[in-house]
Design a protein. Structure first.
Length: 251
């Protein structure tokens, strides 16, 4: 038993070292690009927000954790804006950050559970200059379908519009993960659909802040292919309030 446990620990250590290495990150980047190249991609309503950014406005593109994979290859075209994306400091986050940076995005490391306020401040400051950022609303660990306060704070502080986007595929695999993450099958028809531009009026009132968060959540829940968090966990029901998050060094 002891020998088996030691062998298992050694294999886990080897796997961690392998996936943390630069060569694996390069392989992963090219695998995603080549795999995504098989998709037949349809883009909907992209021009509206791009014209808004080119006209001097700021935009935060946002989606669910379940749906971000489909957009990775297409989002490389936005590298001309030097956009930013908040990514957790986990081991999985390390791989995602490597792919994002090779795609021309700035990886801001942190999450709601790990140095979140500092990362939020970095996102806001970068967004003020680049005018474009992206945010995964319920990452990195969920609950699925629950929008956290960071997106509202970011939009207020950077005076940025929010543009939700959704992805779907005619053929895909759904994983048994917390978010039912989905991966389109090779040669699937993939649609990336951008919603209308949403302007959130800045407020210091917690009830108004929470109302904005709930409206955005309700707008974005229908395309999500998992049971909403309210139905799965009553302790996180509609009675729960979200406090205003204050990023470090931002008034």
């Amino acid at each position: 038993m002891l020998k088996r446990a030691k062998a298992g620990g050694f294999m886990d250590f080897r796997f961690k070292r392998l996936t943390a290495g630069r060569q694996f990150h390069v392989f992963l980047y090219w695998f995603i690009r080549l795999y995504s190249l098989t998709f037949r991609v349809i883009i909907e309503n992209e021009q509206e927000w791009m014209d808004y950014v080119r006209g001097g406005g700021r935009v935060i593109l946002c989606t669910w954790h379940q749906q971000f994979f489909c957009a990775i290859r297409h989002f490389q075209k936005y590298k001309i804006f030097r956009p930013a994306l908040m990514i957790s400091r986990s081991r999985d986050g390390e791989m995602i950050a490597a792919v994002a940076e090779r795609s021309g995005w700035i990886a801001v490391r942190g999450s709601s559970s790990n140095r979140g306020k500092h990362a939020l401040y970095q996102m806001i400051e970068h967004l003020k200059g680049s005018r474009l950022a992206a945010h995964v609303l319920d990452g990195p660990q969920g609950p699925a379908g629950r929008i956290k306060a960071g997106i509202i704070t970011m939009a207020h502080s950077a005076e940025a519009a929010v543009v939700p986007f959704y992805t779907r595929a005619d053929r895909s695999w759904f994983f048994k993960s917390w978010d039912n993450f989905f991966l389109p099958k090779p040669f699937a028809r993939v649609t990336i659909s951008f919603d209308k531009i949403i302007i959130l009026e800045k407020t210091d009132n917690e009830e108004a802040f929470e109302a904005q968060r709930r409206r955005l959540e309700q707008l974005m829940l229908p395309p999500l292919r998992v049971t909403p968090h309210e139905n799965r966990n009553q302790s996180q029901s509609n009675d729960r309030r979200t406090q205003i998050v204050r990023p470090e060094n931002v008034s």
